[in-house]
Design a protein around this ligand. Structure first.
Ligand SMILES: [Zn+2]
Length: 82
């Protein structure tokens, strides 16, 4: 990972984001909401979640949520059901 930036993505309600171009350029975007433990659990957990999306083949949502649960006790360990 080469950079962590705080982009104005919090209006979308996102804690963080890694898009296709971010994956190619190894960038993790962290939303302002990530600094609010009540919304996004621990900041370190969010950074771990987003950074895990940079892994080739293993960067799935399922794996990212499991890492958050295993490492920080955040969430259920599974992506939220929509
Ligand atoms: Zn994710």
């Amino acid at each position: 990972m080469q950079q962590i930036s705080t982009d104005p993505i919090s209006p979308l309600g996102l804690c963080g984001y890694v898009g296709f171009w971010d994956f190619l350029t190894r960038r993790v975007r962290i939303g302002i909401a990530a600094f609010d433990d009540g919304r996004c659990c621990k900041l370190a957990s969010t950074v771990l979640h987003e950074a895990s999306h940079l892994r080739l083949f293993k960067g799935t949502e399922r794996n990212a949520y499991k890492l958050e649960k295993d490492c920080f006790g955040c969430g259920t360990g599974k992506p939220p059901a929509n």
